[in-house]
Design a protein around this ligand. Sequence first.
Ligand code: BES
Ligand code: MN
Ligand code: ZN
Length: 504
Amino acid sequence: MTALTLSTAAAPGVSADAIVIGVAKAGAGPVVAPGAESVVEAYDGALPGVLETLGASGAEGELTKLPAPAGFEAPLLVAVGLGAEPEAEAGYDAETLRRAAGVAARGLAGTGKAAFALPVDGPGAVAAIAEGALLGAYAFDAYKEKTDDGDAKNAPLGEAVVLTGGGDDHDAALARAVAVSEELNRARDLVNTPPNDLDPEAFAAIARAAADEHGLQIEVLDDAALVEGGYGGIMGVGGGSAATPRLVKLAYTHPEADKHLAFVGKGITYDSGGISLKPAGHNETMKCDMAGAAAVFAAVVSAARLGLKVNVTGWLALAENMPSGSAVRPGDVLRMYSGKTVEVLNTDAEGRLVLADALWAASAEEPDAIVDVATLTGAMVLALGSRTFGIMANDDAFRASLHDMAEETGEPAWQMPLPEHLRKGMDSPVADIANMGERMGGGLVAGLFLREFVGEGITWAHLDIAGPAFNEGGPFGYTPKGGTGTAVRTLVRLAELTADGDLG
Ligand code: BES
Ligand code: MN
Ligand code: ZN
């Protein structure tokens, strides 16, 4: 992974392969953003004109490369667009810097070392630039042809230096950004790993290795233990696959913690739809159906790396949804871990079945709050598009707080309701509930289903990340093609605020 350091040096003396500067869009043309004063000086006032000649406007996402001025140690200058110049007092917001650093880092693939001379007005800006650089430099090249020294062609930017110009608390901000970004990138790796190499057993083994590395407690229930324990939802969904399901419990504890959070992740390592088979065109990206479990995993490990004063338990509900002679059928009734019975009307509505068991298991520990994360419904993608996740909850204030955290950390999200009238659509003539209801509002129906499996009186929220979990389009900002790692930063923020006592 890209190495990150801080430096108080000025750009000319930094020995690197490239210097990154920011360019904003102003009325009269491009303006060079603060942080690059020494570069502006070296051009003797000519830089904005040079940039304009090269076609740079300062628009967000824009990248312009030009030779560095004489006397610079680095040969290359990379000007990255920041969008509209902010009001004098406002400064550049964190997400603008994160995205710009991401665009630059991505554009510098194949480069050894780059120094970022972007506007820094405090630790928040340092963290944003660091996150943007690390997340933007990400590449999934595990399955690509390697050079003789074992590197992928066009390997990610090797080293990033954030030029800060001096200031306090920068080291801690950098350390936090590095820990969270590294774990987020690992979540992306898990999502991108093809399902023939990442089945429930393999995912559980990776969780076990991380638990050993970071001193987490881990319990893995295999298929025998799941049958024995009565986990009918997870076993039902996993029953059609040659790769057996797992329920992983990963616990980070702090000796002085007085709050306990439970994160529950949907971990369908491949969703074929099962007997209700998905048609071609709808299953090619379904290795991403474990993105919720990957986000939960990354958030728990991040909490451990940050040493947060809160207990965080992650539950990974891992199964592969496949059609076979042993697969659950439309019409089957499952007895869930909670004791409720579910009539399976559509085997492609499998996420809610595995989550139901994991939510009930998480509830037994009576945590202060549960948040589940799941690529749950196509309906949520239709509602919010492919970059925004939906937040549902049994508590309005908690839902609003999560929305604020998502916004603050740069994860687009929106609050969605759980309308009571949609519940009766899941009434079943043979079981306590069916796994499908009205088609309209399908994302909310799924949320209502999950709510039935949350323990009485426990604060709960559900993040439906089906849209943003996997980027099928081109890369943008610090978001690559493929697995995005969405929801990791919101979960980590929740853990931090809970640790600090800033939340309920
Ligand atoms: N994994 C899918 C949801 C999904 C869709 C994730 C698109 C990512 C991108 C989920 O298991 C599913 O198939 N949901 C069904 C539910 C329906 C059968 C009630 C859906 O949304 O169509
Ligand atoms: Mn499905
Ligand atoms: Zn699914």
